[in-house]
Design a protein around this ligand. Structure first.
Ligand SMILES: [Zn+2]
Length: 447
């Protein structure tokens, strides 16, 4: 429901200008002209609400005046001083470390901890693996889930820690969970931007970036694929989407990159807030992925399960370059998603008692679908990497490949496909071809 209190505050603030603070959270109608405006103006868009067709941004006084001059329909304006701080129950970096260590102590057989790198301020970035024989790197498909590239998005570690708790506590008693844990290497990075989150708890509840100097770098504009390529990030240090001095300049970005290269996940979810949307590559207009049919189908299915709107960043919002999912897709053929949890009515800092459980429960079907999808229509197996390096995939009867898949360093391959009849050409030092393979379930092509 619309809160009339905000409208009164807006009136006081804008007419009287009585507050020294000069930033505002502003909600305005998401019209085609605003969509256009966002292409050429670098605003701190905090979220969008497709069901109600409005958008929210964190604006300076000057930006607000400019938006108003566009005849924008403004729904409310909230001065920064009146934006709620997050409830204490949301986790900080120390609590995340305690959490993963406690889980590992309680479930040593099915979990393993890995420090994937350190932040600028020296904090250890933890990943927790959940799998049977967790200490062994088994021939199983991997899936990666990470929370909090952006420091103020406090609900996201709740989703990731709920996933850890759900999987570890239901192992052995719930058939589905037991199957996932026995047959998948599930990797979860509960909180990625630890330094930024620490800053968020210490004086700036709207902090988004990491702790680089005074200004910070937007970690999700710092990845090397397409870095600074489509006006989807900023060169200004003070901007919320500042991309950094160079591609992968930040130690956090580098840690994620070497970790993804080491585990080669089939799927990834990066949790963000807020907007109730599911984003898949690519971030730059008008690019779509070569395997878009399958990427979009899976994104649409997640969207359906969560009642979130699926699409690319440029379809749903604006261009975004240097994001993690584009890099994962191009460099490591991951099928990756950004899921923006919560709506504009909850914002970055929803009341914990009212929204935490509701949000994590609502989001379980999203990550659960990806774990189940590994058992769905696909071609999986293992071959000798010294003989074969890639698999060229054709729809039977077509001469244009639908995908060139790089075989993993351990010789394994996990290729998610839409139902159909395909030809598979294994290539490298030798070649081997499988023609007219009907793929309507999980097919094993090991040889
Ligand atoms: Zn975010």
């Amino acid at each position: 429901m619309f809160n009339p209190k905000w409208m009164i505050l807006a009136a006081i603030c804008l007419s009287g200008n009585v507050f020294a603070e000069s930033s505002y959270l502003v909600r305005f109608d998401f019209t085609p002209s605003i969509k256009n405006y966002l292409r050429t103006h670098d605003l701190d868009v905090t979220g969008i609400n497709y069901k109600e067709n409005h958008i929210e941004a964190f604006l300076t006084e000057r930006e607000l005046a400019e938006i108003q001059s566009q005849k924008t329909i403004i729904r409310y304006t909230l001065p920064k001083t009146l934006i709620a701080s997050p409830d204490d129950e949301y986790k900080n970096p120390d609590e995340i470390e305690d959490f993963v260590k406690d889980i590992h102590a309680r479930h040593p057989d099915i979990t393993e901890l890995k420090i994937i790198g350190k932040t600028l301020e020296g904090r250890e970035i933890f990943a927790i693996k959940i799998s049977d024989n967790a200490k062994v790197d088994e021939l199983e498909p991997a899936i990666l889930v990470n929370g909090m590239h952006h420091a103020r998005e406090v609900m996201t570690p709740e989703i990731t820690t709920d996933m850890v708790e759900y999987l570890t506590s239901n192992y052995g008693s719930n058939t589905e969970v037991t199957h996932w844990v026995n047959n998948t290497e599930i990797w979860i990075i509960p909180m990625f931007n630890l330094d930024g989150n620490n800053k968020m708890w210490n004086g700036n509840s709207m902090w988004r970036k990491n702790a680089r100097d005074e200004h910070g770098v937007d970690l999700n504009r710092n990845y090397p694929h397409g870095w600074n390529s489509c006006n989807g990030s900023s060169s200004m240090e003070g901007a919320q989407d500042y991309r950094g001095a160079s591609a992968a300049s930040e130690p956090e970005t580098q840690a994620m990159m070497s970790f993804v290269a080491s585990i080669k996940p089939v799927f990834n979810i990066s949790y963000h807030s807020y907007s109730e949307i599911v984003i898949y590559p690519f971030g730059c207009r008008p690019l779509k992925t070569p395997t878009g049919e399958e990427v979009q189908a899976i994104g649409a299915e997640i969207g359906k399960k969560l009642d979130y709107k699926p699409g690319t960043a440029w379809e749903l919002l604006y261009n975004a370059d240097g994001g993690d999912i584009d890099w994962m897709y191009v460099e490591h053929q991951v099928i990756p998603f950004v899921i923006e949890v919560n709506s504009s009515w909850q914002g970055f800092h929803p009341g914990y008692a009212k929204w935490r459980d509701k949000t994590v429960l609502r989001n379980r079907p999203g990550w659960q679908y990806l774990l189940s999808r590994l058992e769905g229509t696909s071609v999986q197996g293992q071959t000798s990497l010294s003989d074969y390096q890639r698999i060229v995939i054709f729809r039977t009867g077509d001469t244009k490949a639908v995908q060139v898949y790089k075989i993993n360093p351990d010789g394994s391959f996990y290729i998610m496909l839409k139902s159909g009849t395909y030809d598979f050409s294994f290539e490298g030092n030798k070649t081997k071809r499988f023609n007219s393979v009907v793929v309507n379930q999980k097919i094993n092509l090991s040889f």
